[in-house]
Design a protein around this ligand. Structure first.
Ligand code: CAA
Length: 258
């Protein structure tokens, strides 16, 4: 039985998923993506888990799609297998939040995978880039779309056309990452934040995530209307009453996720 290339550990209310192919800088082979997809689904189905953290072992988060695996494929192979995108979008399909804890290189598909997560914490060692053009391909897992929405056209275009890497400070400055955390405490901090989220009302977390994501898809007036509809529905939840009651009683709320 070969060692898993993606590891899932349960840390209380959080599913910690670690890409574990350090010798290949966690390159995202078919096997990696299959195992990652299975773990995300396991976490999504596990009632105890309320949030996930995705990170990598070694000096990379992930250095992109597996170039060696891509080398022999022709156009028909890529099209018929739906190569790259076949199951790469799983992180965007699940309703539980996923925090990317980017510990090192996040290149090509690695940067795209991090951007599919709900937000990115990174260490000072993080480097982000879309270097696909340098190896005769182009971003194929949302890089041209999510990067430009995240950091604006000019920077995204420069990154995609030149393949240059961005360091952690620049990534924080332009809003690609939410925060930089010292390397030795990165995963612990991501787990702490994930636990905080997992302790909140799950229906409200699901709705809030859905509403923020909606802002990237629809005009402002539609987005605001969608948000208001969801916000009104939260009044029907037991957790809504519990939140208000706990606030008034100056105690910690105990949510039933109902
Ligand atoms: N695919 C397969 N193997 C990879 C890889 C990748 N994307 N990135 C690194 N590796 C492997 C290397 O081949 C090497 O393995 P061997 O020791 O067996 O030769 C090992 O990881 C270590 O890498 P390096 O020796 O190259 O390490 P380095 O420090 O000298 O360089 C690097 C680091 C600059 C990241 C360099 O490895 C590199 O340029 N990697 C490719 C990055 C890239 O182009 N990513 C985009 C891929 S295409 C894509 O992702 C398409 C998409 O949109 C989904």
């Amino acid at each position: 039985m070969p060692a898993p290339v993606v590891i899932l550990e349960k840390r209380g209310l959080v599913g910690l998923i670690t890409l574990n192919r350090p010798d290949a800088l966690n390159a995202l082979s078919t096997r990696v993506m299959d195992e990652l997809t299975a773990h995300i689904r396991t976490c999504e189905a596990d009632e105890q888990i309320g949030c996930m953290v995705l990170t990598g072992t070694g000096r990379a988060f992930a250095a992109g799609a597996d170039i060696k695996e891509m080398a022999d494929k022709g156009y028909a192979d890529a099209l018929l297998e739906d190569f790259i995108t076949r199951n790469w979008e799983e992180a965007t399909r699940c309703r539980k939040p996923i925090i990317a804890a980017v510990n090192g290189l996040a290149l090509g598909g690695g940067c795209e995978l991090a951007m599919m997560c709900d937000f990115i914490l990174c260490s000072e060692a993080a480097r982000f880039g879309q270097p696909e053009v340098k190896v005769g391909v182009m971003p194929g897992a949302g890089g041209t779309q999510r990067l430009s929405r995240s950091i604006g056209k000019s920077k995204a275009m420069e990154m995609c056309l030149t393949g240059r890497m961005m360091d952690a400070a620049e990534a924080e400055r332009c809003g690609l990452v939410s925060r930089i955390v010292p390397a030795e405490g990165l995963v612990e901090e991501a787990l702490r934040v994930a636990t905080q989220i997992a302790e909140l009302s799950r229906p409200i977390i699901y709705m809030t995530k859905e509403a923020v994501n909606r802002s990237f898809e629809v005009p402002l007036s539609e987005g605001v209307r969608f948000e208001r509809r969801l916000a009104h529905t939260t009044f029907a939840l037991e957790d809504h009453k519990e939140g208000a009651a706990a606030f008034a009683a100056r105690r910690k709320p105990v949510y039933k996720h109902r």
